[in-house]
Design a protein around this ligand. Structure first.
Ligand code: FAD
Length: 396
């Protein structure tokens, strides 16, 4: 009989893991999707490593025509009313002949993953996990459809408020920012030439990220009250507010579709597994979106966990033995990323002119170091260091 892995969470991380296991091994996957996702106006900056993973899993060809490469990154540090915003830091260049990241609309990636799960005939249960118990042989899962299901291990990819993490007793360290992320798409008069811009403004960073055509995705960190006001505003007026924050370097801007806002938090789980349960994606970590790395971290979880589980299965060992190894692989990298994002947000989201002068000097120094910038690009692309095979585009 096939050995079964249950996954809770039918969004990007849960489905990517399901596709990875179903396409790269003989393990059986049982996917509990949870509630249907609502509309998502975001696009994600998918690092080169993530694109390789999706290439290997047969997902990339399904989204490639909607993805836009990021060819350059400009970082400025400015007050909202500065007319001229000189670049403090400027990155350009490919990583091993490919762009270091692509912007991919979240809904397109989700739809492609749903189609891939169907094509692989993955058992998909449209219900939430409500409880589980475990013994030395496996987990017994109760679901909101009234059914009871078995599996050898359970992976919680059920998001930042993970019910399974709570049941498992794994604690978290959490921080709520007094900030919300405003997201949406804007159409502009001038072409973006693949340039992503990040303005560090006093209330938080504003990112303008290239999409196909003369369109860009915005991620604008602001005070929660302002963010709510903006998403409820008439789109024409909201466009004017966005122009005021971003400037007119891309010409006049118009909002396309719906603006949404997300309360911003940071969270790290104190452990990555408990017994036969492992955490992945936002169930294990939530970071500030200023560098667009949250999902990329989740994909690194997927690649490490899938590789570990497949190796355990090939060695004929209990799959639960892969989980401590998974934790030690992922904990350091994630903690470091969360701390860097938190630190950057804190030092940039301040009105102090002294802080502004100090960080301008700091960024200016980095900008002059070509080798250091090369390393940053490789880090942003997710290709630095000893990475799991899927992130190199290789089969497990
Ligand atoms: C404003 C903003 C911009 C961002 N931009 C980027 C970016 O550019 N690049 C990037 O890498 N990251 C970005 N991120 C982060 C990224 O969006 C998240 O890290 C990612 O979406 C998390 O995916 P997930 O599948 O782990 O969790 P979620 O998307 O939260 O999915 C969890 C799923 O679990 C399901 N579920 C819940 N409870 C249960 C249950 N009991 N049983 C079964 N299923 C359940 C839910 O229905 C849901 O489908 C951004 C985040 C924000 C807020």
């Amino acid at each position: 009989m096939k050995r079964t892995i249950a996954i809770a969470g039918g969004a990007v991380v849960g489905r990517t893991l399901a596709v990875a296991l179903a396409s790269q091994s003989h393990l059986k996957v049982r996917l509990f999707t949870g509630p249907q996702p609502g509309a998502d106006s975001r696009a994600s900056a998918l690092a080169a490593a993530g694109r390789r993973l999706y290439g290997r899993l047969g997902v990339w060809p399904m989204v490639a025509n909607l993805a836009e490469p990021i060819r350059e990154m400009r970082i400025t540090d400015s007050a909202a009313d500065d007319v001229i915003r000189p670049d403090l830091l400027h990155f350009a260049g490919d990583v091993e002949g490919n762009p270091f990241a692509h912007m991919v609309p979240n809904e397109a990636l989700y739809e492609a993953l749903v189609a891939r799960c169907e094509a692989l005939d993955i058992e998909t249960i449209p219900a939430s996990v409500t409880f589980y118990t475990e013994d030395e042989r496996g987990v017994s899962i109760e679901a909101s459809d009234g059914g009871s299901y078995g599996a050898e291990i359970l992976v919680a990819a059920d998001g930042r408020r993970s019910k399974i993490r709570q049941i498992s007793g794994i604690g978290v360290v959490e921080r709520t920012y007094e900030q919300s992320g405003i997201v949406g798409t804007v159409v502009h008069e001038e072409p973006h030439h693949g340039v992503a811009t990040q303005h560090f403004l006093p209330n938080g960073p504003f990112a303008m990220l290239p999409l196909t055509g003369n369109r860009s995705s915005i991620v604008w960190t602001e005070r929660p009250a302002f963010a709510r006001e903006l998403v409820d505003m008439d789109p024409l007026l909201a466009g004017l507010e966005i122009e005021r924050a971003f400037g007119l370097s891309l010409g006049r801007l118009m909002v396309e579709g719906e603006l949404q806002c997300y309360p911003l938090t940071a969270m790290l789980a104190r452990g990555w597994f408990a017994g036969r349960v492992a955490l992945a994606g936002d169930a294990a970590h939530v970071i500030h979106p200023l560098a667009g790395q949250g999902l990329n971290l989740g994909l690194r979880d997927v690649a490490a966990l899938a590789e570990g589980l497949v190796e355990s299965a090939r060695n004929g060992e209990d799959l639960a033995l892969a989980l401590p190894r998974y934790e030690s692989q992922r904990r350091g990298d994630t903690t470091q990323m969360a701390l860097v994002m938190d630190g950057l947000n804190t030092i940039f989201s301040t009105r102090s002119s002294l802080a502004r002068a100090v960080r301008s000097v700091g960024l200016g120094l980095v900008d002059k170091r070509t080798r250091l910038k090369g390393l940053f690009i490789r880090e942003a692309a997710g290709v630095e260091g000893d990475i799991p095979r899927l992130l190199r585009g290789e089969a497990i």
